[in-house]
Design a protein around this ligand. Sequence first.
Ligand SMILES: Nc1ncnc2c1ncn2[C@@H]1O[C@H](COP(=O)(O)OP(=O)(O)OP(=O)(O)O)[C@@H](O)[C@H]1O
Ligand SMILES: [Mg+2]
Length: 163
Amino acid sequence: MSLFLSNLEIQSINLWLSKIDYYRNSSKSQRANIAKTILQLKYKKIGNGRQRIVYDLNNGYVLKVALTPSGIQNGKTEFKIYNHCRVDLRKHLCPVKEVGHGWIIMKKMNIKVPNRIYQEKSPQLKNKFLAAGIKPRDMGNGNVRLSKKGKITVIDYGNFIMY
Ligand SMILES: Nc1ncnc2c1ncn2[C@@H]1O[C@H](COP(=O)(O)OP(=O)(O)OP(=O)(O)O)[C@@H](O)[C@H]1O
Ligand SMILES: [Mg+2]
C-alpha cells in the first residue's frame, strides 16, 4: 500500500522491473524511453539519469523509478542514509517520503545551485559528510539543489556510501 501511488501504478512499476535485465545493454535514452512506454504513468517525466527515470507527481513530490539493478540499489541506499544519518546533515539531503521495490518518492526541489555557490560551499559540505562517516560519491552540481533556506541539498545520493 502506498500513500502516493495506486495499486495499478505499482503493478506497472513491477511489470517494468521484471524486464530491466532484458534491456541491460540498451543505451541510457533507449532504456528511459522503453521504461516510459511500459510504465504508462500519467505523470510528466521531469528527468532521467543513468539509473532512474523521474516523474513529477504534481503535489510537490517526485517519483523515481529504477532503470537498472543499480537504480534499485540507489533507492535503498537513499532510504537508509536519509533515515540513519546525523540529524544536522539531514537538512542537506532531499527528504524521502516513501519507498517501494525499485521506486522512491522524494520532495521536488527545483532551484539549481549557481556554479559560484557550488564551488564555494560544496567542499565544506563534502567534508561534513566525510566526518559523519558518509562518502559523498557523485555529489556534482547536477545532483544538488538549493533549499528554501539556501542550503545545498543533495537530490541524488544513491551512490553515497555510509560506513
Ligand atoms: N528531488 C528532485 N526534484 C526535482 N528534480 C529531480 C529530483 N531528483 C531528480 N530530479 C531530476 O531527475 C534527474 C535524474 O535524477 P537522479 O539524478 O536521481 O537519477 P540517477 O539516474 O540516479 O542519476 P545518475 O545518472 O546521476 O546516477 C536529475 O538530474 C534531476 O533533473
Ligand atoms: Mg543524478
